[in-house]
Design a protein around this ligand. Structure first.
Ligand SMILES: [Zn+2]
Length: 379
């Protein structure tokens, strides 16, 4: 039904791209992709600001991300909030079947696409369909939890965490049981993270998200969603820095700032770290161990960032699957979303339990290093 509506939109002559990725033999409905760019999005949504709109489905539900660019007047965020509310309502009006609409506002001329970390957003907002009736009201009262910046207290200083006795990186689990782990780097992403979380929930699979601190800062509600759903959150540095090129002080700061932020958001100690680009040296390993972070690499690189299609991803996964396997994936790739159901089904059909990295590495899946730090109340 969603696809039919998008096709009707195509017939209106809007500038858009529609592609369908077939999902052979999985029994999962076909996911769909739609991008409305430039004036097409602004006109379609009747917005006063320049906009782009991206829709993705995971085969079960569809979600939208609207990026708006505006001329910002420093000092007040009320006009931005009103525009974000307008964008959410407009997206739901045009696409009533959406399960969630996420919005981010950027300063005009500074938005270079989501992947760019050059320009932080001015405001982000996430509205799952069930929040649609009340979100604008709650936002005005300052009680809506899925907004950034929220009226929240400053970051707490990270509590000290015990250094690890070893700095050796982990490449795979012990391999003594039929268990494996899926890991997603570069999270959170305002379009793909909620779709991945929805898929993992449907299949009852816990996973590990290696989170970029800066992304977590701007989309904190997705990090809370991960932990609420039983997933593990790991440290992927604050700015996705290639740590080998940084000074020792910069490396320490990239790690500490991210662990502190993630603990503030989740109430949990952060015990796993993955270096961006897999870039390691002795100094990086030492810095991670000194902060109580286990460096987690992988035994199977799915290669999703190389633009492999969904079918070759799932084939390679099934071919490599071994006890203790840690699979490297990314949370912003269409083919990963398309391949995930078949990957999970292949693992489960062969008797594999899919676990978090901590669950794979410790006989007791609970966070042994963690003291309990209660999460701060939602603003
Ligand atoms: Zn990365």
């Amino acid at each position: 039904m969603v696809v039919r509506r998008w096709r009707a939109l195509l017939a209106t002559g809007a500038v858009l791209l529609l592609s369908l990725t077939p999902m052979a033999r999985t029994g999962v409905p076909t996911p769909a992709t739609l991008d409305l760019v430039g004036p097409a999005a602004q006109q379609r949504l009747h917005l006063s600001a320049a906009a782009s709109l991206r829709l993705r489905s995971n085969g079960f539900v569809s979600m939208a991300f609207v990026a708006l660019t505006i001329r910002h007047t420093p000092g007040s965020i009320e006009a931005e909030e009103a525009l974000a509310v307008q964008a959410v309502n407009a997206a739901y009006q045009v696409f009533p079947d959406l399960a969630e609409v996420d919005v981010a506002l950027f300063e005009a001329g500074q938005y270079l696409g989501f992947a760019s970390r050059a320009a932080p957003p001015l405001l982000t907002l996430s509205v799952p369909a069930q929040q649609r009736p009340i979100f604008a009201w709650a936002l005005r009262r300052g009680t809506y939890p899925r907004v950034w910046p929220a009226h929240a207290p400053d970051l707490m200083a990270p509590a000290p965490i015990a250094p690890l006795p070893t700095r050796r990186p982990i490449w795979r689990g012990a391999g003594t049981t039929q268990a494996a782990a899926l890991t997603f780097d570069d999270a959170p992403h305002p379009l793909y993270t909620p779709l991945l979380l929805d898929l993992l929930r449907r299949y009852g699979v816990p996973a590990t998200f290696f989170v970029i601190g800066q992304n977590a800062e701007h989309y904190p509600y997705f990090v809370r969603d991960m932990v609420k759903a039983g997933h593990q959150v790991g440290n992927h540095t604050y700015s996705h820095a290639l740590l080998k090129t940084l000074t020792a002080g910069e490396v320490r700061s990239e790690l500490a700032r991210t662990s502190g932020l993630l603990r503030h958001l989740t109430g949990q100690d952060i015990t796993a770290f993955r270096p961006p680009g897999g870039g390691l040296n002795a100094a990086v390993l030492g810095a991670a161990a000194a902060q109580g972070l286990r460096t987690v690499m992988w035994s199977h690189d799915a290669g999703d960032y190389l633009k492999a299609d969904a079918q070759s991803l799932q084939k390679a996964f099934a071919h490599h699957l071994h006890p203790g396997q840690i699979t490297l994936l990314h949370d912003k790739v269409d083919s990963t979303l398309g391949a995930l159901p078949a990957m999970i089904q292949a693992a489960q059909a062969r008797g594999y339990a899919l676990r978090t990295v901590d669950g794979l590495l410790s006989p007791e899946p609970a966070r042994r290093l963690a003291g309990h730090h209660p999460a701060p109340a939602a603003p």
